[in-house]
Every structure is written in structure tokens, then in C-alpha cells.
Design a protein around this ligand. Structure first.
Ligand SMILES: NC(=O)c1ccc[n+]([C@@H]2O[C@H](COP(=O)([O-])OP(=O)(O)OC[C@H]3O[C@@H](n4cnc5c(N)ncnc54)[C@H](O)[C@@H]3O)[C@@H](O)[C@H]2O)c1
Length: 354
């Protein structure tokens, strides 16, 4: 029987969704501990799983030799320090987005991971599901061809009450706005499909709530492969909807509007001549089912730890997402396009918070 890997979930907010993800692949993971400063919240989550204990102390987690993986679900400003400590304690780490709050910290995590011989997997669970697998299969089959444009919409609704949790909406706690916390998922998806970003021109606004950080954005993006992408972001939509549309030479792919798991639903894939719909449908018919969302994300991590990697989110993917965020803030403040990649000599390398 395959090894079950022992996990501590640190932070019981989104940690609840992580717990359900582990339970969906319970043959590969055992959640040994939930850690949260809020006893009632943490204990309530631990009680949802018979194998799981509870502690308020991260130190207890780091000194527990039974725990192999520390899954960090803390507010953003705590990710770097908790991730670094866990790696130094020779744990593998799973870390909620954003991986860190500067390129400097991301590069330091890369170094610490190398030195510790442990792996760090940033969370991007939107990748996992049948629709992304279907689009990848069409690309691999040569039917998609040259990518022309893509449009991305992160149109979510965050009322005033969302900001009752103190760290949200602040530079000190959240460390950024909708381009960091919300649209980071679709930006990961577009890179997954189209590869690296070459440049971005960003316009940002605070238009929905009285907060410190952006809650609306319009981004014009050029990918290294030449594709042109627009990303429209607001936290003031009537409901929560995420939408992606890719126009390739051979087909147009369009998601539905599922806000939090756009890759798990059926997308439409329409042929563009000379590619025929029959060719596309034949490829789609052979795409296997994939575990969606967190279950697929954790499954890919177990594969990577079992030396069968390739489908997991990597530390470099996490760095790339922060490089894009850095470029967005640099563009919005400089009022012009910013070219990527960004290195240690960039003026916002140490962080984008004002
Ligand atoms: N992947 C996704 O789809 C997704 C969705 C929501 C949130 N997130 C990310 O997850 C992270 C957490 O967000 P949330 O909405 O769950 O926040 P939250 O504030 O609801 O939960 C964080 C928990 O961490 C606990 N905590 C704080 N400091 C602690 C410490 N030092 N030791 C132990 N526990 C501590 C708090 O008591 C709280 O229960 C954020 O980075 C957010 O961006 C990701």
C-alpha cells in the first residue's frame, strides 16, 4: 500500500477547504494536526476528521517528528516566516497564495528549500480539473495552434462585511489588493496555458470599498509567445463569476462562470477552419476524469513526493506569480508598460507595498 503522508494544517479558515481536499485523497494523506490561535475555530475543524488533533502552537507542529508536511493557511504577511521556519525544520511545505510578499522573499524561500532538501508547493488549486486537462490535450494534439488572444474576468462580489477580518484590505495584512489576492488564480491559469508573460500595462483603482488596496483593475498583457491578453478584475460584481476565453488559430475555448473552480466544469471548444469539430470532439472524448480543485492539487503533490512529479505547482510557479504582481504595481505607479522578467535590480524587488 502507498505511503500516507502526515500533514498539519496551520490556519483554520481556508484550511477547512484543504481538509476536505485531503479527505478526498485520504489514501495518500493523513491530517494529523490542525493549528490555529483561535481555539474554537481550530478545534471545530479538527473535529471534522477522526485522525486529527489540535494545537495553538506552530512550534508544536515544527517539533512533531511525525509531521512530514506543513500546510500554511495563514494570512499573507505570515507566509514567508512560517514557510521558512517549516523548511528549516525539514518539513515539506504547502503554502496558500500568495507564496510571499516580495520577490526577495520568494528567492530566499527558493534558497532555503534547496538548503533543507525539502519542497515547497504554492497553492494554485484552480488548475486541477477536466477543463484544463481538455485544453492541454487539444494543444498537445496540435489542434489549437497559434494563440491569438485571451480574455480573463475575475468579477467577484466583496461587500463591506468581507473586510471585518482585520488583515483584509490593508497593505500591512493583505499586502495587496485584487490583483494579488483574487485574480492571482486566473493569472496562474493563463501562464499554465500560454507560458511566460512578457509585459503588462496595468490600471488599478479602489472603487468598491473604502480599503487601502486595489479592488478594480484593467490589465493589458503580452505573453512571450506573442498572445495578447486582457484581464478585467473587480470585487464589485453582482455575484462571483470567473470567465476565461482563449482564441487560438484552430479553436476558441470558453469557460463557464464558476468563480472558484473554473477548470472543473465543462468548457466549450469550438473549431475554427480548417480544424474540424469532429477532430476536436475526438480528442475531448479521450480526456480522462481528473480530481478537481484541492483534491487534484494534493494528489499531484503526493505524486511529486513519490518521484512521479510533473503536474504539481512548483516554487518557481509561485515566484512567477509574484513577479507578475510586482510588474502590475510597477506599471500602475509608473503609468506605463513593464517588461518581464524582473530581477534583483528591480526597484520593487524588496516588495510592492507603498
Ligand atoms: N486558494 C484559495 O482559493 C484561497 C481562498 C481563500 C483564502 N486563501 C488564502 O488563504 C490564506 C488565509 O485566508 P483565510 O481567508 O482563511 O483567513 P482567515 O483570517 O479566515 O484564517 C486565518 C486563520 O489563521 C489563524 N492564525 C493567525 N495567525 C496564526 C498563528 N500565528 N498561528 C496559528 N494560527 C494563526 C487565525 O486565527 C485564523 O483562524 C490567505 O493567504 C488567503 O489569501 C486562498
Amino acid at each position: 500500500m502507498a505511503k500516507r503522508r502526515s500533514v498539519a494544517i496551520v490556519g483554520a479558515g481556508i484550511g477547512e477547504k484543504h481538509m476536505k481536499g485531503y479527505q478526498a485523497v485520504a489514501e495518500r494523506f493523513c491530517v494529523r494536526t490542525v493549528c490555529d490561535l483561535d481555539e474554537a475555530r481550530g478545534q471545530a475543524l479538527a473535529a471534522t476528521n477522526p485522525e486529527t488533533g489540535f494545537t495553538t502552537s506552530l512550534e508544536d507542529v515544527l517539533t512533531d517528528s511525525q509531521i512530514e508536511i506543513v500546510d500554511i493557511c495563514l494570512p499573507p504577511h505570515l507566509h514567508f516566516s512560517a514557510g521558512a521556519r517549516a523548511l528549516e525544520a525539514r518539513k515539506h511545505v504547502i503554502c496558500e497564495k500568495p507564496l510571499a510578499t516580495s520577490l526577495r522573499d520568494a528567492d530566499q524561500l527558493i534558497e532555503i528549500a534547496k538548503a533543507s532538501g525539502r519542497q515547497l508547493f504554492p497553492v494554485f488549486q484552480y488548475r486541477y480539473g477536466k477543463a484544463m486537462a481538455a485544453l492541454q490535450a487539444l494543444i498537445d494534439a496540435g489542434l489549437a495552434g497559434v494563440p491569438y488572444v485571451a480574455t480573463l474576468e475575475t468579477h467577484w462580489n466583496r461587500p463591506v462585511a468581507y473586510y471585518d477580518i482585520g488583515w483584509r484590505g490593508t497593505w500591512a495584512g493583505e499586502q495587496g489588493g485584487a490583483v494579488l489576492s483574487h485574480a492571482i488564480h486566473v493569472h496562474d491559469l493563463v501562464c499554465r496555458v500560454l507560458g511566460p508573460i512578457a509585459s503588462v500595462h496595468a490600471e488599478l483603482g479602489i472603487r468598491v470599498n473604502a480599503i487601502e488596496v486595489d479592488d478594480c483593475a484593467a490589465l493589458a498583457i503580452r505573453m512571450e509567445n506573442g498572445a495578447l491578453v486582457t484581464s478585467s478584475i473587480t470585487l464589485g460584481a453582482s455575484n462571483d463569476s470567473t470567465r476565461l476565453r482563449f482564441c487560438f488559430a484552430g479553436l476558441t475555448a470558453e469557460s463557464d462562470r464558476n468563480a472558484y473552480s473554473p477548470a472543473t466544469e465543462e468548457w466549450t471548444f469550438e473549431a475554427r477552419a480548417p480544424v474540424s469539430q469532429a477532430d476536436i470532439d475526438a480528442v475531448l472524448a479521450a480526456v480522462p476524469e481528473f480530481k478537481p480543485g484541492f483534491a487534484g492539487f494534493f494528489d499531484a503533490i503526493a505524486d511529486a513526493l513519490d518521484d512521479r512529479g510533473g503536474n504539481e505547482v512548483t516554487l518557481l510557479d509561485g515566484r512567477r506569480s509574484l513577479e507578475f504582481v510586482t510588474a502590475i504595481y510597477a506599471s500602475a505607479r509608473g503609468r506605463g508598460p513593464v517588461e518581464l522578467p524582473l530581477g534583483a535590480d528591480h526597484s520593487l524587488y524588496d516588495g510592492w507595498t507603498p
